[in-house]
Design a protein around this ligand. Structure first.
Ligand code: ACO
Length: 267
């Protein structure tokens, strides 16, 4: 499959997806979003993890402001709605994806680009990258998931501050406020991402899949609801694993082949 706005490589069991619109700082147009969605769906059964990055100086400078807002205004409300629907599917596909996705961030990350990294399971950034929820700077509020991204990746005070001021912040600051998983010096970015990916792909894939899905749900439950839900989901997971966790995960521990507190069992 030949794409125009993205590059896709599958290396062993890892999908590597690169936004390829560097001349526009990887700003999102519907076609780019549809390609990302298509690529993710195609590789889902063949990979154990995906790395999402941007070519050039940006991870993603947000929605293409001219095409998304100016041009669709000329075309009318239907065009405006359709553009939003197509780009929205990319975010929901990523959020619901059955494999862990690591955003690898080296550069500008604004608005819808901020949302893009937030719907990935992990975000590793360079300390020098620049983030922002800049919508207020051109007169609107974060939408299309970006407000959700703000309140779900930073605390209320910081989310209000950055969405109200439009002020940008660095990757190092993003790590301090919990907005990304980790910020590293530029030279260490490749290694940091690969170390994380290696850790993810060696884990039981069914457990990996359930882990994220259950975590996202129980965040919004009270303790009793969570207890019931976790119990039910654990049983469902064990069914799909065909009790591999007992045979191998616990079996290898019983044989003293590994220390589960320090490493994963050998699949
Ligand atoms: N939408 C459309 N075009 C964009 C976008 C965007 N979000 N971001 C950059 N571009 C274009 C520029 O217009 C320029 O196009 P041109 O070559 O035709 O003039 C090209 O990409 C390069 O951009 P520069 O501004 O020249 O690049 P620079 O590296 O100096 O600055 C920066 C990068 C800071 C990202 C700047 O381009 C910028 O402020 N972009 C907008 C960021 C933003 O606020 N995005 C919206 C978030 S809100 C939302 O997503 C709904």
């Amino acid at each position: 499959m030949q794409y125009e706005y993205i590059e896709l490589i599958v290396e062993e069991n890892v999908g590597r997806l690169t936004l390829d619109r560097p001349e526009k700082r990887n700003a999102i147009v519907p076609e780019l979003a549809l390609e990302v969605t298509d690529a993710l769906e195609r590789i889902e059964d063949d990979v154990r993890a995906v790395v999402l990055e941007g070519k050039g100086s940006a991870f993603c400078a947000g929605m293409d402001l001219e095409k998304r807002f100016y041009e669709t205004r000329q075309e009318g409300p239907r065009a405006f709605y359709e553009a939003g629907r197509k780009t929205g599917t990319m975010f929901t596909t990523l959020f619901d994806y059955n494999r862990p996705v690591v955003a690898k961030i080296d550069g500008w990350t604004f608005g819808a680009g901020y949302c893009l990294q937030a719907v990935c399971d992990f975000a590793i950034t360079t300390e020098e990258s620049v983030f922002g929820l800049s919508e207020i700077n051109f007169g609107i509020i974060p939408g299309g998931g970006a407000m959700w991204a703000a309140v779900n990746t930073m605390n209320r005070r910081k989310a209000l501050y950055y969405t109200s001021t439009g002020e940008s912040f660095t990757g190092a600051e993003a790590e301090e406020i919990g907005a990304v998983t980790e910020a590293v010096p530029e030279d260490d970015l490749d290694d940091a991402v690969e170390n994380l990916v290696n850790s993810l792909v060696e884990k039981n894939p069914v457990a990996m899949q359930f882990n994220t899905a259950v975590l996202e749900r129980v965040r919004y439950m009270d303790f009793h609801e969570a207890l019931d839900y976790e119990r039910g989901k654990s049983e469902e997971m064990k069914y799909y694993q065909q009790d591999e966790w007992v045979d191998e995960g616990i079996g290898q521990f019983k044989e003293r082949e590994y220390k589960p507190g320090l490493e994963a069992y050998d699949e």
